[in-house]
Design a protein around this ligand. Structure first.
Ligand SMILES: C[S@@+](CC[C@H](N)C(=O)[O-])C[C@H]1O[C@@H](n2cnc3c(N)ncnc32)[C@H](O)[C@@H]1O
Length: 284
């Protein structure tokens, strides 16, 4: 039976051969997930041998990663704003930029009593759940067109003990007949071509429905901007995560629907978030 240190070395070599740049970290995370320990313990017990049945389970996990399946789907969870979020192939793996957006919202609205929040295209529920956890007085509605994604959201609410959140299947705002102080969405915004050029982990495993939108990636963003006004209270705000080259087109489209447009960058300096206020109520 091989020792942990041998397994760590051979597995890192295997994943490197598959072109995975984070090979060492990935092996440590897979192994510590399987053994239920932290990464440091792997090295503290590196001379221990691995039992046969655990070894075959580990080989299965490693071959999935070797096929470029995202580590988060293999492990089945990800940390997002201090929440443990379950993920499977029905939902997008929450991104760091989205966590930045949550931080931005929290610091901007910290001292305002937010009573109602709509998370449109909630997926795993990362945004809605993080905001529900922080703004405990807020009523959050989490919406997705995909019932299978919404089942993951519900599971994540229970897993994190969050109760100030409801769930609804809707094609964007079509079935919504309430108003909100904050509507937030990270909608699909890639073009087909951009999607085809993403790494294997994304294009072969993450749901295309969650990532790609027609009209140069802008169709869903425009649909939301064109219809959100009637679902906002006076002074309500629509916040969107977007592609980094879309702000000019969005600003030009949004001026028909909102009086105030604000573009914000992510930590890498790319245009990433849009804040819209003062609906013109020109919605048909
Ligand atoms: C980019 S993912 C965002 C997931 C999650 N909010 C996050 O930030 O990690 C887009 C989400 O929008 C959902 N979606 C796509 N089209 C939709 C539609 N027409 N109506 C409602 N939700 C939709 C997808 O199922 C997916 O969960």
């Amino acid at each position: 039976m091989p020792s942990l240190v041998e397994i760590l070395k051979q597995s890192e070599h295997f994943l490197k051969g598959k072109g995975i740049v984070t090979a060492k970290l990935d092996v440590e995370l897979l192994l510590s997930h399987l053994l239920g320990c932290n990464r440091l313990s792997l090295y503290l017990h590196s001379r221990n041998n691995m039992e046969g049945h655990l070894l075959s389970q580990f080989q299965h996990l490693l071959s999935r990663r070797g096929n470029r399946e995202p580590l988060q789907y293999i492990i089945g969870e990800v940390d997002f704003y201090g929440l443990s979020i379950s993920v499977d192939r029905n939902v997008l793996i929450p991104r760091h930029e989205t966590e930045e957006l949550v931080c931005m919202i929290i610091s901007r609205f910290e001292n305002r009593p937010i009573e109602s929040i709509l998370d449109l295209g909630t997926g795993s529920g990362a945004i809605g759940l993080a905001l529900a956890k922080h703004f405990t007085g807020a009523n959050v509605l989490a919406v997705d067109a995909n019932q299978d994604a919404l089942s993951v959201t519900q599971k994540n609410a229970m897993r994190n003990g969050i109760t100030n959140i409801r769930f609804m299947v809707s094609d964007w705002l079509e079935s919504i007949d309430e108003t909100f102080y904050l509507i937030i969405s990270n909608p699909p915004y890639l073009t087909d071509e951009e999607f085809e050029n993403t790494q294997d982990e994304i294009k072969n495993f993450e749901p295309k429905f969650a990532l790609v939108s027609k009209n140069n990636g802008l169709a869903d963003i425009f649909k939301i901007i064109g219809t959100a006004g009637r679902s906002l209270v006076k002074d309500g705000i629509l916040v969107l995560e977007t592609g980094s080259s879309q702000h000019e087109s969005i600003a030009s489209f949004a001026k028909n629907y909102f009086g105030k447009f604000e573009s914000m960058g992510d930590l890498s300096g790319k245009d990433r978030f849009v804040f819209l206020q003062n609906p013109r109520n020109l919605i048909s």
